[in-house]
Design a protein around this ligand. Structure first.
Ligand code: FAD
Length: 314
């Protein structure tokens, strides 16, 4: 059985950035992602009747020209969405997932593969997914810290540092409403801390209904962390109708999604953690902050660290 030089668990912006920076050096690099689509929390959902919702990050803010240049590699799949004077976000077209797909183009990504267990034997990592097993010399975990801590297990040297990182949950509602939109985005609290007309994004015009995404604040989301999703939709939908000023009968589609690990509240404070003794490095947005740009910075730093350590010298 073949051995990867580097196995990257997680094909969100962190894992993709890391893989891109390491590729082209003759190494075998493979990404694994449990999602049906890549991109992780840069997520989108499409309905059978062609409604599009970005139910993770609604857009990406760029604070540095380097990050903007990185996103521009997605070419035609990148658009700019202006939500107010001087407030322009980068978004994927037609959805956020397309942005990640474009950025991951040319990379070896195994989708729909959940790495359930890790084992280290004879200087190699063994990654177990159902009946499959993959082997790699170097392991990169580009997943939320609590998930990385669980995979590595309580005896691993990095476990306690990873366990100190804290995340907020986020309850999200995707709704199709048969009424014109009174605004594009609005900030509030509780179930409707952020409300956006997703159909106002570039390239989304012509949908039958007005498509809204509502994101709840951390307090509401923590209170409903175990509420079944259909019940959550029933609780959030009236709040959304109130904010957009639409009658109950205008609601034609309401589906809730829950992010247990939405955005970090207590970050690590460094762009990654690594353990040379077991050839593992762990990163993600949560190392530095709550934004996609933090994941990009972490992915880039992890690749730099591995190259400086001579991971491609075999
Ligand atoms: C509701 C919400 C709103 C947000 N708003 C903004 C915003 O306005 N601006 C902004 O910049 N950012 C925002 N973010 C944050 C942004 O989405 C993240 O910072 C970024 O997407 C994190 O990327 P990542 O690659 O570090 O992690 P992720 O995107 O979480 O990627 C990790 C990947 O690992 C995979 N994975 C996990 N465990 C396993 C396993 N065991 N086996 C295989 N695969 C696994 C997952 O499927 C996932 O694809 C928001 C996030 C949410 C949820």
């Amino acid at each position: 059985m073949s051995v990867e030089d580097i196995a990257i668990v997680g094909a969100g912006i962190t894992g993709i950035t890391c893989a891109r920076a390491l590729s082209g050096r003759g190494m075998r690099i493979r990404l694994f992602d449990k999602g049906r689509f890549i991109g992780g929390r840069l997520a989108s959902c499409c309905t059978g009747d062609n409604m599009h919702f970005d139910h993770g990050a609604q857009g990406i803010q760029c604070s540095t020209p380097e990050f903007r240049a990185f996103l521009e590699k997605a070419g035609a799949k990148l658009a700019h969405w202006s939500i107010g004077p001087g407030d322009e976000w980068c978004i994927g077209t037609p959805t956020m997932v397309d942005l990640s797909r474009a950025l991951a183009s040319g990379l070896d990504v195994l989708q729909g593969v959940t790495i359930e267990r890790l084992q280290r034997d004879d200087g190699l990592w063994h990654l177990f997914a159902g009946n499959d097993m993959f082997r790699a010399r170097q392991l990169v975990l580009a997943i939320p810290a609590p998930q990385a801590a669980r995979l590595l297990g309580p005896d691993h040297a990095l476990h306690d540092r990873l366990s100190a990182v804290r995340f907020n949950a986020c309850a999200t509602l995707m709704a199709g409403i048969d009424a014109p939109p009174p605004f594009t985005t609005r900030l509030g609290r509780g179930a409707v801390a952020w409300v956006a007309n997703d159909g106002a994004k570039p390239g989304r015009q012509g949908q039958r209904l007005t498509t809204w995404v509502a994101q709840a604040d951390p307090v509401f989301s923590a209170r409903h962390v175990d509420t079944p999703l259909d019940e959550l939709a029933r609780i959030m939908a009236p709040e959304l109708l109130r904010v957009v000023g639409a009658p109950e009968e205008a609601l034609q589609h309401a589906v809730a999604h829950r992010w247990r690990y939405s955005q970090v509240s207590v970050p690590l404070g460094a762009p990654f953690v690594a353990d040379a003794a077991t050839s593992v490095i762990v990163g993600g947005d949560w190392t530095l902050g709550p934004y996609a740009e933090d994941g990009w910075a972490s992915g880039r730093e992890m690749a730099g660290h591995l190259l400086a350590r001579g991971v491609d010298e075999r």
